[in-house]
Ligand binder design. Structure first.
Ligand code: HEC
Ligand code: HEC
Length: 225
């Protein structure tokens, strides 16, 4: 009995595989592959500031602020971020699996690879926004975690990957310095809960941090420059 079911399943999978292969073949692009165009920051700036109503892309500026410096905690500052990281995030939003977010998925899903590269190139050139740490009571703990990690929990020092001044290391490690503490905290919680799963490294790190540790390091990062 079991064998017949698995045999049937097997042939079904083969048939499915064959038909999928057929679809892929039928969709093969006929034109010669063009190399990726050089990112155009001016086009990126235009899209950032005005969006593209025809394609349902809102002006990024409306939430992320003029020149990529947003005015409020839930909307991240994007200015000065490494282009490769920004492109990766937009692709992850578009794919919708590893960084699910209804707002950003709506815009990213309408963006082409070229749009993403252009906007990212524009943002990388903008001057990062400055922030300040606000919680005096936790600043020492935040600094300790950022610079030295939490040895007893095998949490690596943030500085090791994101650089001592929080500027990150292109292209692998994003800039964190000056980011709104509310946003950083929300991301660390999202990694910990598995809502954001586009970095195995960050999931491991955040899963071992307490709420108090996350809050302290997020506040400290806001003041880095
Ligand atoms: C309606 C408000 C809104 C608009 C408009 C908007 N965003 Fe966002 N964006 C958000 C929010 C909220 C987040 C944080 C989502 C999360 O928690 O993952 C975000 C996150 C991002 C991130 C991730 C930043 C990081 O540090 O990982 C990028 C990149 C980004 N947006 C780019 C854009 C671009 C480019 C546009 C314009 C095409 C745009 N956004 C338009 C609200 C918006
Ligand atoms: C082993 C390297 C490594 C260490 C150590 C590390 N990170 Fe990260 N972090 C990364 C990588 C890689 C990403 C980008 C993930 C991606 O591509 O989506 C990231 C992303 C982040 C983000 C998301 C930024 C954004 O704009 O959304 C935050 C916040 C963050 N890290 C905070 C921390 C903190 C706080 C620590 C220390 C407790 C830390 N990281 C330690 C590698 C590291």
């Amino acid at each position: 009995m079991r064998q017949t079911i698995s045999a049937k399943l097997h042939s079904l999978l083969i048939a499915l595989g064959l038909s999928l292969a057929g679809v892929a073949f039928a969709n093969e692009p006929a034109k010669a592959p063009a190399g990726p165009a050089k990112p155009d920051a001016a086009k990126g700036e235009a899209l950032y500031n005005a969006g593209d109503a025809k394609r349902g892309i809102a002006a990024c500026m409306g939430c992320h602020g003029a020149n990529g410096v947003s005015g409020g905690g839930t909307y991240p500052k994007l200015a000065g971020q490494h282009a490769a990281y920004t492109v990766k995030q937009l692709k992850d939003y578009k794919a919708g699996k590893e960084r699910p977010n209804a707002i950003m998925a709506a815009f990213a899903s309408m963006m082409t690879d070229e749009d993403m590269a252009n906007v990212a190139a524009y943002l990388e050139k903008q001057t990062p926004g400055l922030g300040t740490a606000k919680n005096k009571a936790s600043i020492e703990l935040g600094q300790k975690i950022y610079r030295g990690g939490i040895a007893s929990k095998q949490v690596a020092a943030c500085a090791g990957c994101h650089a001592p001044n929080g500027a990150g290391i292109p292209a692998q490690y994003p800039r964190l310095a000056g980011q709104w503490a509310e946003y950083t905290e929300a991301q660390l919680v999202a990694y910990r809960q598995g809502d954001r799963k586009n970095s195995v490294q960050m999931t491991g790190i955040a899963s071992r941090m307490s709420d108090a540790e996350i809050k302290a390091v997020s506040d400290y990062i806001a003041g880095l420059r």
